[in-house]
Design a protein around this ligand. Structure first.
Ligand code: B12
Ligand code: SF4
Ligand code: SF4
Length: 309
């Protein structure tokens, strides 16, 4: 039978191990259903702000209630990894998050190691690792575990690294000692992200319309770009960082990541505008092997390059 002392000890061991594994942020939240989060998700879907991302709709029950996804869930270990390497520049811009190796692979592997560690410490514990693609509301879990607050641009911001953090979770069926949620909203009266977004995608504070978001259009949208946005990519060929680049928390607190996996690949970073125009499928396959840019496929990247010419 676990005692308060043994629960605390296990929690602190996990925190320590997560830091050793390269996570700058780690916190613990009670795996409870949140009516507030589910209501916001359903409102967002009802507005059609998920655009063509049908998978956001299809698994809404699991996304809206962690117990639907993992009925035995008791604790959520929320982690954040700093990936900042500078602001995007040049005629053809790729978002900072995709300059190195694919973060899904990097975080998943570390979270699996963390799960192994938990199971060594406490045999019989079961858990799931989650990075981006699982039906889990990651920003909300990070906020509930005390990592930071959700800003008006809808990304999670921390006091110490700004919003340049990848998020991931380890969902466990054992009890841990929980951190206090991050209750403050440090956006205050600032509206820099909303004012800077060139396509008006931040429909309201804390509410993003993916249909208008360059990140969605360049990464997730398949086929031709909607007519209205054909010439509205503003130099971005994969993702978009504008709302994060103008955020005062990022201007003040961005720290260059020491994670080698996220170091910019030279051949991507130093490519001239002109040479993007002639990117062959062969070059694409070689240069983006193991990179998040693979998500948009050669066809998608070519479409985005053409839209910026
Ligand atoms: C779908 C998705 C997208 C979509 C939609 C984005 C969105 N804002 O929902 C698109 C393709 C546009 C996208 C873009 C990007 N994404 Co994305 N995306 C996701 C994904 C898979 C789901 C997000 C989700 O659930 N959206 C649904 C809506 C309902 O959720 P929400 O915006 O979080 O809503 C919350 C708040 O807005 C809040 N809220 C609503 N009203 C109010 C009112 C008040 C007063 C308050 C306080 C809060 C509040 O409540 C909601 C629930 O908590 C997550 C991974 C995951 N599994 O969670 C990654 C994720 C959010 N993406 C991520 C990243 C990095 C990006 C980009 C920065 C990439 C880029 N540079 O191009 C951009 C950012 C664009 C932006 N301004 O949001 C990271 C964010 C990390 C962080 N620090 O926050 C995540 C967590 C992936 C990861 N594992 O790291 N993404
Ligand atoms: S990622 Fe770009 S297009 Fe999307 S909300 Fe931010 S500034 Fe607007
Ligand atoms: S730019 Fe301002 S309003 Fe937007 S997320 Fe940052 S602090 Fe909040």
């Amino acid at each position: 039978m676990a005692t308060a002392g043994s629960i605390r000890e296990l929690t602190e061991k996990i925190r320590h191990r997560a830091v050793e594994l390269g996570f700058q942020k780690v916190g613990f939240a009670d795996a409870l259903y949140s009516q507030r989060d589910e209501a916001r998700l359903l409102e967002w879907l009802a507005l059609g702000y998920h655009a063509t991302m049908g998978w956001m709709f299809n698994r809404k029950n699991e996304r809206g209630d962690i117990k639907e996804y993992f009925p035995e869930a008791r604790s959520v270990v929320a982690v954040g990894m700093n990936y900042f390497h500078g602001e995007a520049s040049g005629e053809m811009k790729i978002s900072n998050y995709a300059w190195g190796d694919d973060y899904h692979d990097v975080l998943k592997e570390r979270l699996r190691e963390l799960l192994n560690f938990v199971q060594e410490q406490s045999p019989g514990v079961r858990g799931l690792t989650s990075v981006d693609s699982s039906p889990v509301m990651e920003k909300s879990w990070a906020q509930r575990a005390g990592l930071g607050w959700i800003g008006k641009h809808t990304n999670l911001i921390s006091r110490d690294f700004g919003s340049w953090l990848f998020l991931g979770e380890l969902i466990l069926d054992c009890e841990l000692e929980f951190d206090a949620p991050f209750e403050e909203d440090l956006c205050g009266s600032c509206t820099a992200c909303i004012d800077a977004c060139p396509t008006g995608a931040i429909a309201d504070e804390y509410l993003l319309d993916a249909n208008r978001c360059i990140s969605y259009l360049t990464i997730e949208h398949r086929g031709d770009l909607p007519f209205e946005f054909e010439d509205q990519l503003h130099g971005w060929i994969y993702g978009c960082d504008i709302c994060q680049e103008v955020c005062p928390w990022n201007e003040k607190f961005a720290v260059t990541s020491k994670e080698e996996a996220f170091a910019p690949r030279k051949e991507i970073f130093e490519r001239s505008g002109e040479s993007w125009r002639y990117l062959s499928e062969d070059d694409y396959q070689k240069q983006f092997k193991g990179s998040a840019v693979k998500r948009t496929k050669y066809k998608g990247l070519r479409r985005n390059i053409a839209a910026n010419l």
